[in-house]
Design a protein around this ligand. Structure first.
Ligand code: ADP
Ligand code: ZN
Length: 609
């Protein structure tokens, strides 16, 4: 190891309390320190902030400028940094006059290392004037995809950032984003006039997220059963409609689970209050529409449930990405309702614009490709980001863990019966009729049509109506059958042929009423929180530490995770430090936090012996 990397490592320890760098962090910091431009594409939770925070703090008497579009995120970062030492200031239009001028004074005095600033504030001529008088280390453009019209979050004010390159031509720039497409990447480089930037693109895999998809049959019971494992922990439930978020939050509350809704129909004030309550651990669960999550930096979200099918796989990825940012295991559950899919299909078919229709259909089929995958879920998910997932068994999805093995089986013969019954009745009848023929009904309509003489009449008596419906939905969802949205008539598609000819096996579920087996526990991340806390005494200790953290946070008016993350608390319990020196070895305990909170937490730990 070289001398400088030793210094970096020890500073990482000393200031942030982390033992090692995450993938790419060190390399990115090296590039920054060498003064070269850099574009880093790293998924959410990979620790992008540290890539500029550490070199900025280490730079001698210089100021790093960080542009970010989200005021709440900036505030959060400044709070956290100032817990580590008085390192950062903030400038944006939300500041009071007084706070604004305090920030300016601190910038001028040269005793601060990082300026967080909104793009439109940075471009003001008096701010640029001030920056010209002091010594700058580098410019960071956070959420750099906002500069691209091809990204999902284009912000015109980002386009003006190009001007700053002209004004400060020698200032190196670090662009950070979690959006991976090539087009966006090229746009960033071009629009920021980056000079031969070093490029880092990380894997989009989040190994600590356990991915699970279940067919939705009784959504609310499935939700509460799933949530049993997470009592007193933070989680997000995503729903499609505003009304649903309120209903579900209400029902959860009645069951003694602390939950609040969040959607764009609520007043800004109410939304803020609910979001704050979540961030500060005053409420455990937020039941939200997609409106929730931008700018949420809470590291200890332990689960994300999709109560309805997300619009596309990109939003799904972003939403599950809000879980487990601290690197500890977190769980994602998607409830797949086949009825919902038919509804979505219906709405897509209503679209008049053929191009839009194609895009929507394509997005739906990519989403279903993930939701109905029988292989490792990481394969279709990462494929979307252009990645080829190689591992045999990811160890953190329902398909790899084997918990679905009892659910999926070869149902080719049943599928053939169903499909050929659709064919023989002339591809005009709905599901109910087809099932009645299969089950040998003598209903008047069937007799009138002479369908009791078909070879498929009565060949499916062994299954209940519900079980056949379940199969029928899967045949539709996987595109072997199409359903007339208005009349419900079923038709075969080209995809049905290889199954009918036994050239392709159809794996599916025909298990209505049978309870799925309980899951094998997953292993991921370090340390294993669930394992550590499985002992009731340790669990109590954890609650005690959390309570203390909450109390300190309230006193200081900051979110609890600013004091210590869950991971830090879990490590305290696992390694049980009894001296300040031992405590400083724990993840997330840097010099300042050690001094500020060390004794307080040690006394709780020592009392629990
Ligand atoms: P991103 O911006 O990429 O989504 P953040 O910068 O918010 O990610 O970091 C995510 C979490 O990881 C934070 O809680 C941060 O403190 C933590 N973190 C960052 N770097 C490290 C590291 N080297 N070791 C341990 N934890 C880290
Ligand atoms: Zn897997």
């Amino acid at each position: 190891m070289t001398h400088t990397s030793n210094i970096l490592n020890s500073k990482l320890r000393e200031i942030f309390g982390y033992t090692s760098f995450n993938p790419h962090q060190r390399e990115i910091i090296d590039v920054i320190q060498s003064g070269r431009d850099c574009l880093a594409v790293l998924p959410t939770g990979s620790g992008k902030s540290l890539c500029y925070q550490l070199p900025a703090i280490l730079s001698d008497k210089k100021l790093a400028v960080v542009v970010s579009p989200l005021i709440s995120l900036m505030k959060d970062q400044v709070l956290q940094l100032n817990q580590l030492g008085e390192f950062a200031v903030l400038l944006n239009s939300s500041l009071s006059r007084e706070d604004y001028s305090t920030s300016i004074t601190r910038i001028m005095s040269g005793d601060t290392r990082i300026l967080y600033v909104a793009p439109e504030t940075l471009m003001k001529s008096h701010i640029l004037g001030i920056l010209e008088q002091i010594s700058l280390s580098f410019l960071t453009v956070d959420e750099a995809h906002c500069i691209s019209e091809w990204g999902h979050d284009f912000r015109p004010e980002y386009r003006q950032l190009a001007a700053i390159r002209e004004r400060f031509p020698a200032l190196p720039v670090l662009a950070l984003t979690a959006t991976a497409t090539k087009r966006v990447r090229e746009d960033i480089v071009a629009n920021l006039h980056m000079k031969k930037p070093a490029l880092f693109v990380a894997s989009f895999d989040r190994p600590n997220l356990f991915l699970r998809v279940k067919e939705k049959n009784n959504g609310f019971i499935q939700l509460t059963t799933f949530m049993e494992k997470f009592s007193n922990q933070s989680g997000i439930v995503y729903c499609v409609s505003r009304k649903e978020t309120e209903q579900i939050a209400g029902k959860l509350t009645k069951q003694g689970i602390s939950a609040l809704p969040y959607h764009a129909g609520m007043s800004a004030e109410e939304r803020n209050r609910n979001q704050e309550a979540f961030i500060r651990d005053d409420v455990n669960v937020i039941v939200a529409t997609v409106a929730f999550g931008m700018g949420i930096n809470k590291p200890d979200v332990r689960f994300v449930v999709h109560y309805d099918l997300p619009k596309n796989i990109e939003s799904y990825y972003q939403q599950i990405g809000r879980a487990g940012r601290d690197g500890l295991p977190a769980h994602c559950l998607l409830l797949l309702g086949y009825g919902d899919i038919s509804k979505i299909r219906y709405f897509i078919n209503q679209k008049e614009n053929e191009h839009e229709k194609r895009i929507a259909n394509n997005q739906l089929s990519v989403m279903l490709g993930f939701a109905e995958a029988t292989c490792c879920r990481r394969i279709p998910l990462l494929q979307y980001f252009g990645e080829h997932y190689q591992k045999e068994n990811c160890g953190a999805c329902d398909n790899c863990s084997g918990e679905n093995q009892n659910e999926l089986r070869d149902v080719t013969v049943e599928a053939q019966k169903f499909l050929s019954c659709v064919w023989r009745t002339g591809q005009m009848f709905g599901m109910g009729y087809i099932i009645n023929v299969l089950r040998g009904s003598t209903e008047k309509r069937i007799l009138q049509n002479n369908h009791d003489r078909l070879s498929t009449w009565g060949i499916g008596k062994q299954h209940s109506k519900q079980v056949w419906q379940q199969l029928g939905r899967q045949l539709i969802a996987r595109g072997l059958l199409t359903q007339d949205p208005a009349y419900g008539g079923l038709k075969l598609t080209a995809a049905a042929r290889p199954v009918l000819r036994s050239e392709k096996t159809f794996f599916g579920k025909m298990d209505q009423g049978k309870k799925p087996e309980k899951t094998a526990r997953q292993k991921a991340g370090t340390p294993n929180r669930d394992e550590v806390l499985s002992d009731p005494a340790k669990r109590n200790l954890f609650e005690e530490l959390r309570e203390k953290r909450k109390k300190l946070a309230t006193e200081m008016n900051v979110p609890p995770y600013v004091i210590f993350s869950d991971r830090t608390l879990v490590e305290m319990i696992k390694y049980h430090p009894s001296t300040l020196a031992e405590l400083s070895e724990i993840h997330g305990v840097g010099a300042v936090k050690l001094k500020r909170y060390g004794e307080i937490f040690l006394s709780i730990l020592n009392n629990s012996r």
